[in-house]
Design a protein around this ligand. Sequence first.
Ligand code: UDP
Ligand code: MG
Length: 480
Amino acid sequence: MTKRKQPKSTAKNPDQKKQGVKKIVTALNVQFIRFVVVGTLNTAFSYGIYALLLYLGIEYKLANLGSLLASIAVGFKAHGKFVFNNADNSLFLRFFIGWLVIYGFNIFIIGQLLKWGFNAYESGAMALPPVVLCSYFLQKLIVFKPKKNPSKAPLAANAPAVTLPSVFMKTHLAIVVPCYNEEDVLPETNSRLLALMATMRESGLISENSAIYYVDDGSRDKTWTLISQFNADSPYVHGVKLSRNQGHQNALLAGLFAAEGEAIVSIDADLQDDINVIKDMVHLYNDNNEIVYGVRSSRKSDTFFKRVTAQLYYRILMSMGVDIVFNHADYRLMSRRVIDCLRQYSEVNLFLRGIIPKLGFRTATVYYERTERFAGESKYPLSKMLALAAEGITSFSVMPLRFITWLGFLVSLGSLFMVVWIIIGKFAMQSTIPGWASSVLPIYFIGGIQLLSIGILGEYLAKIYMEVKQRPRYFIEENI
Ligand code: UDP
Ligand code: MG
């Protein structure tokens, strides 16, 4: 009996297996077909843009470049969305590098085929299958490979859902405002913040002893006089005066550590961030979130240069594996516990935006429109912006160091290929040209790479130098 039964069950198994294999094959096919369709449409789109630009009278080289860039951008979005189901924007750098590799590969194959005597059409057609296949697997296995823990992004909770009447949980709130030469804007900032706190106090959201803490970061104008004035006029205003200018990040830290409160909000003095969002932040804090990020929903008010460089920078940081909240500056709420954890970070090279996400804890996000500076001009000139940007990368990522290793490896591999190529050329084709370029170019190339590598090493060395000194980050001159 059992013997009879066995063949029956084994007869079913191959069927199931076949079905399984079929399923995989069809799934693969479908994705691959989608890939080919999207690729074809994108190529057509690229030609369309090219034709359009030519029609508009743009020079053919520029038109070519424009259509290429457009097709890269559209290709990235379309492949992520329609082919690989991974619309993560931070993958753009990977996609772009992958695209460059495939582009180079395509040119290489066509070049070889032309050399072997095929005409341009034949070469293009013959190069297509291997290029498409390589491109597909590169994108599937490397570029759009799903992340292992995609749930890293902070919880997007916007609704100020209050479970108990807010009267029962008055939050002891502190608002920390770093100020550097802000005499133009401070009176307005102070009156708006005080008005906001008054309404929050009235509605029972925050406690009576909630206050604002201004940190004067060694200003050379009347900022400290103004702060002293505010302090004299209102019991809800405190001031911390640093002994000299220590930079935004240090001033902010001084304020966070000096402030008393169970929930502490940090905000810039220039009213670029919507202060009404503080209410939502406190509601979210009452919902047991310990960190609430203020995130800009648009950068319309920034200059084109600042917008493009800032966004590019966030993307580069993210692709280097730095945990950072996209489009979030230093406008956030933190609980007392988070501030206490922050105290344990003693690094001199401060980049708070990178440290806070590392702390963990329950996190939420509120979105707001960033407006223009109310008065005065930016205290972050390009040089300070670049310094902060370098700080962000070298304090949180060893990627540039690893990059050197890879570069070294690739250059060595490349030179190995060159040796093989020269030997083949010498013995098989007898066509080596005793060239200047082949000997001089590598010298410049390697020299450049070496200098770059030493520079990057130096960057990290300087960092270690600053850290081992363990110097204090600021001194408080006055506390009111
Ligand atoms: N700030 C500071 N110390 C500095 C530079 C800036 O405390 O050395 C403060 C400044 O007063 C402002 C905040 O940091 O409250 C952000 O500066 P800003 O608004 O000028 O920067 P941007 O918005 O242009 O990036
Ligand atoms: Mg500003």
